[in-house]
Design a protein around this ligand. Structure first.
Ligand SMILES: Cc1cc2nc3c(=O)[nH]c(=O)nc-3n(C[C@H](O)[C@H](O)[C@H](O)COP(=O)(O)OP(=O)(O)OC[C@H]3O[C@@H](n4cnc5c(N)ncnc54)[C@H](O)[C@@H]3O)c2cc1C
Length: 309
Protein backbone atom coordinates (compact mmCIF):
# COMPACT_ATOMS: atom_id res chain seq x y z
CA UNK A 1 0.00 0.00 0.00
CA UNK A 2 1.47 3.41 -0.94
CA UNK A 3 2.52 5.52 2.01
CA UNK A 4 2.48 9.31 2.33
CA UNK A 5 5.56 11.39 1.48
CA UNK A 6 7.37 11.90 4.78
CA UNK A 7 8.93 15.31 5.29
CA UNK A 8 10.93 16.60 8.27
CA UNK A 9 11.15 20.32 8.89
CA UNK A 10 13.80 21.65 11.27
CA UNK A 11 12.72 24.96 12.82
CA UNK A 12 9.14 25.96 13.67
CA UNK A 13 9.39 29.64 12.78
CA UNK A 14 7.16 31.19 10.12
CA UNK A 15 9.40 29.85 7.30
CA UNK A 16 9.12 26.24 8.53
CA UNK A 17 5.39 26.42 9.19
CA UNK A 18 4.62 28.17 5.88
CA UNK A 19 6.73 25.46 4.16
CA UNK A 20 4.46 22.86 5.80
CA UNK A 21 1.41 24.81 4.64
CA UNK A 22 2.75 24.98 1.07
CA UNK A 23 3.43 21.23 1.08
CA UNK A 24 -0.09 20.49 2.29
CA UNK A 25 -1.48 22.62 -0.55
CA UNK A 26 0.88 21.17 -3.19
CA UNK A 27 0.52 18.24 -5.57
CA UNK A 28 2.42 16.12 -3.05
CA UNK A 29 -0.64 16.35 -0.82
CA UNK A 30 -2.75 14.32 -3.27
CA UNK A 31 -3.33 10.72 -2.18
CA UNK A 32 -1.49 9.12 -0.46
CA UNK A 33 -0.65 12.58 0.86
CA UNK A 34 2.13 14.04 2.98
CA UNK A 35 3.07 13.56 6.58
CA UNK A 36 5.12 16.35 8.14
CA UNK A 37 7.13 16.33 11.37
CA UNK A 38 8.48 19.67 12.58
CA UNK A 39 11.44 19.63 14.98
CA UNK A 40 11.95 22.74 17.08
CA UNK A 41 14.78 23.60 19.48
CA UNK A 42 12.55 25.67 21.77
CA UNK A 43 9.71 24.30 23.86
CA UNK A 44 7.30 26.50 21.87
CA UNK A 45 6.93 27.26 18.14
CA UNK A 46 6.77 30.48 16.05
CA UNK A 47 10.47 31.51 16.21
CA UNK A 48 11.11 35.24 16.06
CA UNK A 49 7.40 36.01 15.82
CA UNK A 50 7.28 34.93 19.46
CA UNK A 51 10.82 35.90 20.51
CA UNK A 52 11.75 38.79 18.19
CA UNK A 53 8.73 40.89 17.21
CA UNK A 54 8.20 43.57 19.86
CA UNK A 55 5.37 43.00 22.37
CA UNK A 56 3.67 46.28 21.38
CA UNK A 57 3.21 44.96 17.83
CA UNK A 58 0.23 42.65 18.35
CA UNK A 59 -0.84 42.99 14.70
CA UNK A 60 2.41 41.32 13.53
CA UNK A 61 2.30 38.76 16.31
CA UNK A 62 -1.26 38.01 15.08
CA UNK A 63 0.11 35.83 12.25
CA UNK A 64 0.52 33.23 15.00
CA UNK A 65 -3.20 32.51 14.50
CA UNK A 66 -2.60 31.50 10.85
CA UNK A 67 0.52 29.49 11.80
CA UNK A 68 -1.45 27.72 14.52
CA UNK A 69 -4.02 26.56 11.98
CA UNK A 70 -1.25 24.80 10.02
CA UNK A 71 0.06 23.09 13.17
CA UNK A 72 -3.49 21.94 13.93
CA UNK A 73 -3.69 19.92 10.68
CA UNK A 74 -3.75 16.16 11.32
CA UNK A 75 -0.87 15.59 8.85
CA UNK A 76 1.47 17.83 10.92
CA UNK A 77 3.24 16.95 14.16
CA UNK A 78 5.38 19.35 16.22
CA UNK A 79 8.23 18.07 18.38
CA UNK A 80 9.49 20.80 20.72
CA UNK A 81 12.77 20.74 22.68
CA UNK A 82 14.55 18.94 19.83
CA UNK A 83 17.84 20.64 18.96
CA UNK A 84 19.37 19.68 15.61
CA UNK A 85 21.99 18.08 15.38
CA UNK A 86 22.40 17.43 19.12
CA UNK A 87 19.12 15.58 19.62
CA UNK A 88 18.56 14.31 16.09
CA UNK A 89 21.21 13.80 13.39
CA UNK A 90 21.02 14.20 9.63
CA UNK A 91 21.55 10.42 9.26
CA UNK A 92 18.52 9.79 11.45
CA UNK A 93 16.44 12.27 9.48
CA UNK A 94 17.54 10.63 6.22
CA UNK A 95 16.63 7.22 7.59
CA UNK A 96 13.05 8.15 8.43
CA UNK A 97 12.09 10.89 5.94
CA UNK A 98 11.98 11.34 2.17
CA UNK A 99 12.94 15.00 2.41
CA UNK A 100 14.29 17.41 5.02
CA UNK A 101 13.70 21.19 5.07
CA UNK A 102 15.96 23.38 7.22
CA UNK A 103 14.32 26.63 8.31
CA UNK A 104 16.37 27.52 11.36
CA UNK A 105 16.34 31.30 10.81
CA UNK A 106 19.06 33.78 11.66
CA UNK A 107 18.95 34.28 15.38
CA UNK A 108 22.43 35.69 16.13
CA UNK A 109 23.65 39.26 15.62
CA UNK A 110 26.20 40.14 12.97
CA UNK A 111 29.39 41.29 14.74
CA UNK A 112 30.07 45.04 14.80
CA UNK A 113 33.80 45.60 14.32
CA UNK A 114 34.58 48.83 16.14
CA UNK A 115 36.83 49.19 19.20
CA UNK A 116 35.03 48.96 22.53
CA UNK A 117 32.26 46.68 21.36
CA UNK A 118 33.32 44.14 24.01
CA UNK A 119 32.84 46.60 26.91
CA UNK A 120 30.35 45.97 29.68
CA UNK A 121 27.24 47.93 28.70
CA UNK A 122 27.50 47.20 24.96
CA UNK A 123 24.98 44.63 23.75
CA UNK A 124 23.72 43.10 20.53
CA UNK A 125 20.06 43.76 19.80
CA UNK A 126 19.31 40.02 19.64
CA UNK A 127 20.08 39.63 23.35
CA UNK A 128 18.07 42.67 24.44
CA UNK A 129 15.12 41.71 22.24
CA UNK A 130 15.29 38.15 23.63
CA UNK A 131 15.12 39.59 27.14
CA UNK A 132 12.04 41.74 26.57
CA UNK A 133 10.32 38.92 24.66
CA UNK A 134 10.91 36.45 27.51
CA UNK A 135 13.27 34.09 25.63
CA UNK A 136 14.25 31.24 27.99
CA UNK A 137 17.94 31.31 26.87
CA UNK A 138 18.67 34.78 28.31
CA UNK A 139 18.77 35.96 31.94
CA UNK A 140 15.50 37.27 33.37
CA UNK A 141 17.01 40.57 34.49
CA UNK A 142 18.58 43.30 32.38
CA UNK A 143 20.72 46.20 33.71
CA UNK A 144 18.85 49.34 32.59
CA UNK A 145 21.04 51.78 34.52
CA UNK A 146 22.13 54.15 31.73
CA UNK A 147 20.42 57.53 31.42
CA UNK A 148 21.58 57.91 27.83
CA UNK A 149 21.55 54.96 25.46
CA UNK A 150 22.93 54.77 21.92
CA UNK A 151 21.30 52.44 19.41
CA UNK A 152 23.47 51.79 16.34
CA UNK A 153 21.64 51.17 13.07
CA UNK A 154 18.61 52.59 11.33
CA UNK A 155 16.31 49.64 10.61
CA UNK A 156 13.13 48.36 12.22
CA UNK A 157 14.95 46.41 14.93
CA UNK A 158 16.66 49.66 16.00
CA UNK A 159 13.22 51.28 16.15
CA UNK A 160 11.87 48.41 18.26
CA UNK A 161 14.77 48.62 20.70
CA UNK A 162 14.67 52.43 20.91
CA UNK A 163 10.88 52.48 21.36
CA UNK A 164 10.92 49.86 24.14
CA UNK A 165 13.70 51.81 25.91
CA UNK A 166 11.89 55.15 25.56
CA UNK A 167 8.34 54.06 26.42
CA UNK A 168 7.32 53.80 30.05
CA UNK A 169 6.86 50.30 31.46
CA UNK A 170 3.17 51.01 32.07
CA UNK A 171 2.60 51.84 28.39
CA UNK A 172 3.51 48.20 27.73
CA UNK A 173 1.12 46.79 30.34
CA UNK A 174 -1.68 46.07 27.81
CA UNK A 175 0.77 43.89 25.82
CA UNK A 176 1.92 40.37 26.61
CA UNK A 177 5.25 41.43 28.22
CA UNK A 178 6.30 39.05 30.98
CA UNK A 179 6.07 40.36 34.58
CA UNK A 180 9.88 40.29 35.01
CA UNK A 181 10.25 42.53 31.92
CA UNK A 182 7.67 45.00 33.23
CA UNK A 183 9.57 45.12 36.54
CA UNK A 184 12.88 45.59 34.69
CA UNK A 185 11.50 48.39 32.51
CA UNK A 186 10.01 50.12 35.55
CA UNK A 187 13.57 50.53 36.82
CA UNK A 188 14.81 51.78 33.43
CA UNK A 189 16.72 55.06 33.93
CA UNK A 190 17.00 56.00 30.25
CA UNK A 191 15.71 59.51 29.50
CA UNK A 192 17.55 59.94 26.19
CA UNK A 193 17.85 57.39 23.43
CA UNK A 194 20.09 58.25 20.47
CA UNK A 195 19.77 56.25 17.26
CA UNK A 196 22.70 56.55 14.82
CA UNK A 197 22.83 55.96 11.06
CA UNK A 198 25.98 56.20 8.93
CA UNK A 199 24.04 57.43 5.91
CA UNK A 200 21.14 59.83 5.40
CA UNK A 201 17.35 59.92 5.62
CA UNK A 202 16.92 58.48 2.09
CA UNK A 203 19.05 55.44 3.02
CA UNK A 204 17.32 54.62 6.34
CA UNK A 205 15.81 51.12 6.36
CA UNK A 206 12.81 51.96 8.54
CA UNK A 207 9.31 51.02 7.41
CA UNK A 208 7.19 54.20 7.14
CA UNK A 209 4.50 52.90 9.49
CA UNK A 210 6.94 51.77 12.18
CA UNK A 211 8.76 55.08 12.00
CA UNK A 212 5.56 57.17 12.37
CA UNK A 213 4.50 54.96 15.28
CA UNK A 214 7.43 56.31 17.34
CA UNK A 215 5.60 59.60 17.57
CA UNK A 216 2.40 58.06 18.96
CA UNK A 217 3.69 57.60 22.49
CA UNK A 218 2.74 60.46 24.84
CA UNK A 219 6.11 59.95 26.55
CA UNK A 220 8.46 60.07 23.54
CA UNK A 221 9.69 63.28 21.92
CA UNK A 222 11.22 62.33 18.58
CA UNK A 223 13.94 64.78 17.54
CA UNK A 224 15.67 65.09 14.15
CA UNK A 225 18.44 67.63 13.52
CA UNK A 226 17.60 69.77 10.43
CA UNK A 227 21.30 69.54 9.44
CA UNK A 228 20.83 65.79 9.00
CA UNK A 229 18.38 66.27 6.14
CA UNK A 230 20.53 66.00 3.02
CA UNK A 231 20.22 64.30 -0.35
CA UNK A 232 22.51 63.72 -3.32
CA UNK A 233 21.76 62.40 -6.83
CA UNK A 234 21.79 58.82 -5.55
CA UNK A 235 19.37 59.70 -2.72
CA UNK A 236 16.99 61.46 -5.12
CA UNK A 237 16.99 58.42 -7.42
CA UNK A 238 16.25 56.19 -4.42
CA UNK A 239 13.33 58.40 -3.35
CA UNK A 240 11.90 58.44 -6.89
CA UNK A 241 12.09 54.69 -7.31
CA UNK A 242 11.21 53.57 -3.78
CA UNK A 243 7.93 54.84 -2.34
CA UNK A 244 8.73 53.55 1.15
CA UNK A 245 12.10 55.34 1.23
CA UNK A 246 10.37 58.52 0.08
CA UNK A 247 7.72 58.27 2.82
CA UNK A 248 10.41 57.71 5.46
CA UNK A 249 12.38 60.74 4.24
CA UNK A 250 9.22 62.91 4.26
CA UNK A 251 8.40 61.93 7.85
CA UNK A 252 11.96 62.72 8.95
CA UNK A 253 11.83 66.09 7.15
CA UNK A 254 8.59 66.98 8.98
CA UNK A 255 10.11 66.07 12.33
CA UNK A 256 13.23 68.11 11.59
CA UNK A 257 11.31 71.38 11.08
CA UNK A 258 8.85 71.18 13.97
CA UNK A 259 9.33 72.68 17.44
CA UNK A 260 10.65 70.37 20.14
CA UNK A 261 7.94 69.54 22.67
CA UNK A 262 8.13 68.56 26.32
CA UNK A 263 7.43 64.84 26.36
CA UNK A 264 9.70 63.39 29.06
CA UNK A 265 11.79 60.91 27.06
CA UNK A 266 13.85 62.25 24.16
CA UNK A 267 14.51 59.98 21.19
CA UNK A 268 17.08 61.46 18.78
CA UNK A 269 17.42 60.10 15.25
CA UNK A 270 20.94 61.02 14.04
CA UNK A 271 22.07 60.66 10.44
CA UNK A 272 25.51 60.99 8.80
CA UNK A 273 27.21 59.83 12.02
CA UNK A 274 29.37 56.74 11.68
CA UNK A 275 30.16 55.05 15.03
CA UNK A 276 33.95 54.74 15.22
CA UNK A 277 34.56 53.71 18.84
CA UNK A 278 32.66 52.81 21.98
CA UNK A 279 34.45 54.58 24.82
CA UNK A 280 35.02 52.88 28.16
CA UNK A 281 36.35 53.39 31.67
CA UNK A 282 37.12 50.50 34.03
CA UNK A 283 35.75 48.11 31.42
CA UNK A 284 32.38 49.88 31.20
CA UNK A 285 30.79 51.93 28.42
CA UNK A 286 30.90 55.68 29.09
CA UNK A 287 30.40 57.13 25.63
CA UNK A 288 30.40 56.82 21.88
CA UNK A 289 32.63 58.46 19.29
CA UNK A 290 31.18 59.06 15.85
CA UNK A 291 32.63 60.46 12.65
CA UNK A 292 30.55 62.87 10.60
CA UNK A 293 30.01 61.56 7.07
CA UNK A 294 28.86 63.20 3.85
CA UNK A 295 27.17 61.92 0.72
CA UNK A 296 29.44 61.12 -2.23
CA UNK A 297 26.87 61.60 -5.01
CA UNK A 298 25.86 57.94 -5.30
CA UNK A 299 23.92 57.62 -2.03
CA UNK A 300 27.00 56.25 -0.26
CA UNK A 301 28.99 58.28 2.26
CA UNK A 302 32.60 59.09 3.07
CA UNK A 303 34.11 60.22 6.37
CA UNK A 304 34.81 63.92 6.91
CA UNK A 305 37.42 63.51 9.69
CA UNK A 306 35.15 65.46 12.06
CA UNK A 307 34.55 63.47 15.26
CA UNK A 308 31.96 63.89 18.05
CA UNK A 309 31.95 62.21 21.44
C1 LIG B 1 13.82 42.07 16.73
C2 LIG B 1 13.04 41.61 15.52
C3 LIG B 1 11.85 42.23 15.23
C4 LIG B 1 11.13 41.85 14.12
N1 LIG B 1 9.95 42.46 13.87
C5 LIG B 1 9.26 42.14 12.76
C6 LIG B 1 8.04 42.79 12.47
O1 LIG B 1 7.60 43.68 13.20
N2 LIG B 1 7.38 42.43 11.33
C7 LIG B 1 7.86 41.46 10.51
O2 LIG B 1 7.24 41.14 9.49
N3 LIG B 1 9.01 40.80 10.78
C8 LIG B 1 9.70 41.14 11.88
N4 LIG B 1 10.89 40.51 12.14
C9 LIG B 1 11.37 39.50 11.21
C10 LIG B 1 10.70 38.14 11.41
O3 LIG B 1 10.62 37.83 12.79
C11 LIG B 1 11.55 37.12 10.69
O4 LIG B 1 11.65 37.51 9.33
C12 LIG B 1 10.93 35.72 10.72
O5 LIG B 1 10.67 35.32 12.04
C13 LIG B 1 11.91 34.76 10.06
O6 LIG B 1 11.30 33.49 10.05
P1 LIG B 1 12.14 32.15 10.02
O7 LIG B 1 11.15 31.04 10.16
O8 LIG B 1 13.04 32.18 8.85
O9 LIG B 1 13.14 32.22 11.27
P2 LIG B 1 12.82 32.24 12.86
O10 LIG B 1 11.61 33.05 13.18
O11 LIG B 1 14.11 32.63 13.49
O12 LIG B 1 12.52 30.73 13.18
C14 LIG B 1 13.53 29.74 13.18
C15 LIG B 1 13.13 28.64 14.14
O13 LIG B 1 14.10 27.60 14.06
C16 LIG B 1 14.42 27.18 15.38
N5 LIG B 1 15.76 26.62 15.35
C17 LIG B 1 16.92 27.29 15.17
N6 LIG B 1 17.96 26.46 15.23
C18 LIG B 1 17.45 25.22 15.44
C19 LIG B 1 18.04 23.93 15.59
N7 LIG B 1 19.37 23.77 15.54
N8 LIG B 1 17.23 22.87 15.81
C20 LIG B 1 15.88 23.04 15.87
N9 LIG B 1 15.27 24.24 15.74
C21 LIG B 1 16.04 25.32 15.52
C22 LIG B 1 14.35 28.44 16.21
O14 LIG B 1 14.21 28.16 17.59
C23 LIG B 1 13.11 29.11 15.60
O15 LIG B 1 11.93 28.70 16.23
C24 LIG B 1 11.63 40.84 13.26
C25 LIG B 1 12.83 40.21 13.56
C26 LIG B 1 13.54 40.59 14.68
C27 LIG B 1 14.85 39.92 14.99
Amino acid sequence: MPRPLRVAIVGAGPAGIYAADALLKSEAAAAPGVSIDIFERMPAPFGLIRYGVAPDHPRIKGIITALHQVLDKPQVRLFGNVDYPNDISLDELHAFYDAVIFSTGATADRALSIPGVELDGSYGAADFVSWYDGHPDVPRTWPLEAEKVAVLGVGNVALDVARILAKTADELLPTEIPANVHDGLKANKAVEVHVFGRRGPAQAKFSPMELRELDHSPNIEVIVNPEDIDYDEGSITTRRSNKQADMVAKTLENWAIRDIGDRPHKLFLHFFESPSEILGEDGKVVGLRTERTELDGTGNVKGTGQFTT
